[in-house]
Design a protein around this ligand. Structure first.
Ligand SMILES: [Zn+2]
Length: 382
């Protein structure tokens, strides 16, 4: 199948992060297996979703994993000019949800399969396609573990095909979303001197987060990133019912994005200690005061590939781009890096188009990516 036909098929499965993905994963499985390649599914506990992995080539160390996710972000509230789940071609652009992020890369992997199976590969190439990436890279840890359990040999590299306009991405910040809930006392606003406002207490915590960012920005910097320091940001807050009622509940969601040198756990521990301190203090006046913190998803580790790692030279060679860059979004690359693979992000399409209305990739980017994978095959056949 031609790469754009494969992409059209993949786009037609409207699998959002969190949704069941068995239909798309079975379609991919049924595409791969007639090439004589055995695939392995890694289902979730409820067996409603699955990741897929397979190996093409010999069972020897030193292979490369090509990684992609089958889920996409929602289209709700976005003004699309065409049906987001029907790939629509116009002036060399291919519009559709996931065309860039990141079904484009999966389509290129699948379109390269005839070349891959015919080649005399000296080192193996693996496909690893996950689900639930868009809601916190949830499936990747289990998929990676399963790959390590299934094959007796060890792969060395991972290329994560997130849209990067095929420019190698060597670093990304570690990311985590946290929900903080504050329970205070209710009452008339005129009695605030004896009540505990959840809003007032929340602001202390938010200011703490802001100050923490200032402190981190002065302590550690990494100039590969923009900004060159870790960031903390409260993106959503709600609480209170009326001006003259003391708010007894507030919730806010915040994210932390750490440069590889900063320790995300240490930041959480500092924050949790401050929350404990406030609880102990406020409970002297209102014993039921609580602050509850919940991780919206487990932390996604940073990607920190060194310029001297061979994956950089390899990706630059096959992509034809001698540059590199860093990004600040979450991606499974952090988890592959943490698992010990030399990892890099490099895929077709631009992140500028991802997650937006009228998301697109170009025919040219797809063709370039297929060429890149063909060059990878040459490199792995020597
Ligand atoms: Zn993505």
């Amino acid at each position: 199948m031609k790469v754009e036909d494969i992409l059209a098929k993949l786009v037609s499965f409207p699998v959002l992060g969190g949704d069941h993905n068995l239909e798309i994963i079975h379609w991919i499985q049924n595409y791969i297996e007639p090439f004589g390649i055995a695939t392995t599914l890694v289902p979730n506990e409820e067996k409603t979703k699955a990741s897929l992995h397979c190996r093409i080539g010999p069972s020897v160390d030193g292979g490369v994993i090509l990684s992609g996710h089958t889920d996409v972000v929602p289209v709700k509230g976005q003004a699309w000019d065409s049906d987001p789940f029907t790939l629509t071609k116009k002036d060399g652009k291919l519009f559709g949800r996931g065309s860039a992020d990141m079904k484009g890369f999966i389509a290129c992997c699948l379109a390269s399969l005839p070349t891959l199976v015919k080649a005399d590969l000296k080192k193996p190439i693996y496909f690893a396609f996950s689900y639930d990436e868009e809601i916190g890279c949830l499936a990747a840890p289990e998929l990676i573990e399963h790959i390590q359990k299934t094959y007796s040999e060890n792969a060395k590299y991972a290329i994560i095909g997130e849209p990067s306009s095929l420019e190698p991405v060597i670093g990304k910040k570690g990311v985590c979303y946290v929900l903080t809930e504050v329970n205070g006392s209710a009452g008339h606003s005129s009695g605030i001197h004896k009540e505990i406002s959840a809003i007032h207490e929340s602001t202390r915590l938010i200011i703490w987060l802001e100050n923490k960012m200032k402190e981190l920005s002065q302590a550690t910097q990494d100039h590969r990133f923009n900004p060159p320091h870790s960031t903390l940001h409260v993106g959503q807050i709600s609480g209170g019912v009326a001006t003259n009622i003391v708010a007894d509940y507030t919730r806010f969601e915040w994210d932390v994005r750490v440069i590889p040198k900063d320790d995300i756990e240490a930041i959480f521990n500092d924050y949790f200690s401050f929350c404990k301190e406030r609880e102990l203090e406020v409970r002297k006046q209102f014993p039921d005061f609580t602050i509850t913190n919940t991780f919206v998803h487990p932390p996604v580790p940073a990607l920190d590939t060194k310029l001297t790692d061979d994956i950089v030279a390899l990706t630059q060679k096959i992509s034809g781009q001698n540059s590199w860059k860093t990004v600040s979004y979450a991606a499974e690359a952090g988890q592959f890096h943490e698992a010990g693979y030399q990892s890099i992000i490099c895929g077709p399409g631009s992140i500028e188009q991802a997650h937006r209305a009228n998301e697109y990739t170009t025919q040219e980017q797809l063709n370039e990516c297929v060429k890149m994978l063909q060059k990878l095959v040459v490199e792995f056949s020597i």
